[in-house]
Ligand binder design. Structure first.
Ligand code: GDP
Ligand code: MG
Length: 423
């Protein structure tokens, strides 16, 4: 059956959850390979509407094992809450494995996020304040705590003591805030470890076996390529790597097993948080798209910034995430516009460029547009590409040409089956 990665191509919120939920109906494994509960993956199916934060979007398939992998970071309190919440909507036992190697987000990581944004004031990066940057910093400083550490109180104490001895200096002397008590954090971590202990385990042999038995495995990215720490709009990125390349080290699945990468992109652009956003709109068109597309963050409720489709950024997203095919989502939101614009080039210091540049140039880039004719018709129940209004077909085909990647799926609504599949 093979391994597929499903990755965001833009700035996040492209509808990855919606696509994973669709593809997961016959999957054996669905794995979140990076990130934490800064994600908000909205899924609408027979079990209702859910915004998934930690849980992979395969939780609604009772036969799939959902894995939160070693590349992920876990807030155990938030995860316990999310599991309890999902249990109310499903009529089977959730099948979940949390890698013993995933890193733990503690309450002090959330505090550090807030203290740092406060210190940065108007120079802030737009953190989701879920402690993601502080926990990944701890991982790479080698002072982090693994999920398996929560199950051994003495070891947990040792890990937290050495971490907090240093961190409390920063908290009291730089941020001028009260110090964090090691014992309180040990009790907190240990008690959540006990609540989650049946889910914590070693995913490596399970995945090795799964590959041997040719199981269907989906690897779910948690953000978009343009927020990738390696290739995104640094420093306005997340602290991990949501591109398909990381799905291998984030899970232990060999890179050569990932044959298929589905890049998910929106039919227009949205962006939450800070950073350059070349095609951003500030007029009535933005408001119309925001209201129609319900463009408010699933995790934070923040209004999303809106822009025209950016082919420079999206082609780059496909390139760095090695997309073999694309799903374009929210096409239905564009019904009712006379004209639609697509950015095909950036103008920077008098030069026209097609290759997505580094952040300092993005900040001064101006979009060059082509204009496409719009369509009036509602498309939310269309199932075949040929039944889309002619101008909608042209719009999709124009994008396909510009991003140089086959558009296989066209999503025309948020529900599982509101999807056009092209042969
Ligand atoms: P993710 O983080 O990539 O999983 O995306 P989000 O769930 O944060 O944001 C996508 C939003 O668009 C959600 O509210 C989805 O329910 C919604 N959505 C997904 N696909 C479609 C679509 O084709 N049409 C419409 N109208 N909404 C969609
Ligand atoms: Mg989201």
């Amino acid at each position: 059956m093979g391994v597929s990665a499903i990755c965001g191509i833009n700035w996040g919120d492209e509808g990855k959850g919606r696509m994973v939920d669709y593809l997961a109906t016959d999957a054996d494994f669905v794995i979140r390979f990076q990130g934490g509960n800064n994600a908000g993956h909205t899924v609408i199916n027979n079990y209702g509407k859910h915004a998934l934060h930690h849980l992979p979007s395969g939780v609604f398939n009772k036969n799939a094992l959902n894995i939160i992998s070693n590349g992920s970071v876990v807030n155990p309190e938030a995860l316990v809450y999310e599991i309890e919440d999902i249990k109310k909507s499903i009529d089977f036992n959730i099948k979940l494995l949390i890698s013993e190697r995933s890193h733990v987000i503690f309450p002090f990581h959330l505090l550090l996020d807030c203290y740092e944004e406060e210190r940065l004031s108007d120079k802030k990066f737009g953190s989701t304040k879920r402690g993601i940057a502080p926990v990944y910093s701890d991982k790479y400083m080698k002072v982090g705590v693994l999920m398996s550490d929560l199950l051994n109180k003495d070891y947990l104490y040792k890990r937290l003591k050495s971490n907090l001895d240093f961190k409390n200096q920063i908290i009291t002397k730089i941020y001028h805030k009260p110090q964090i008590k090691v014992d309180e954090m040990v009790d907190w971590g240990y008690s959540y470890g006990q609540k989650l202990k049946d889910y914590i385990g070693n995913s490596i042999p399970i995945l090795k076996d799964a590959l041997k038995n040719d199981k269907k495995i989906l690897l779910e990215g948690q953000l978009g390529a343009l927020r990738d720490i390696e290739f995104g709009i640094y420093p306005y990125t997340t602290s991990s790597s949501p591109i398909a390349g990381y799905a291998s080290s984030g899970t232990s699945i060999p890179p050569f097993e990932i044959k298929n990468v589905l890049g998910v992109m929106k039919a227009y652009s949205t962006c939450v948080g800070e950073g350059p956003f070349v095609t951003e709109l500030f007029d009535d068109t933005a408001d119309k798209i925001r209201e129609k597309g319900k463009e408010y963050g699933a995790s934070t409720g923040r209004p999303r910034r809106i822009g025209w489709f950016d082919a420079v950024a999206s082609k780059y997203g496909c390139l760095v995430s090695s997309a073999t095919e694309v799903a374009i989502t929210l096409l239905d939101v564009l019904s009712g516009f006379k004209e639609l614009k697509i950015c095909t080039e950036y103008k920077i210091q008098g030069n026209k460029i097609k290759d997505f540049p580094t952040t300092q140039y993005l900040e001064i880039a101006k979009p060059e547009y082509i204009i496409m004719k719009g369509w009036e018709e509602d498309v939310t129940s269309i199932k075949k590409f040929k039944n889309l209004p002619e101008n909608a077909q042209k719009y999709v085909l124009q994008i396909e040409k510009l991003i140089e990647t086959k558009i296989k799926y066209i999503s025309v609504g948020p529900e599982r089956d509101q999807l056009i599949i092209r042969d």
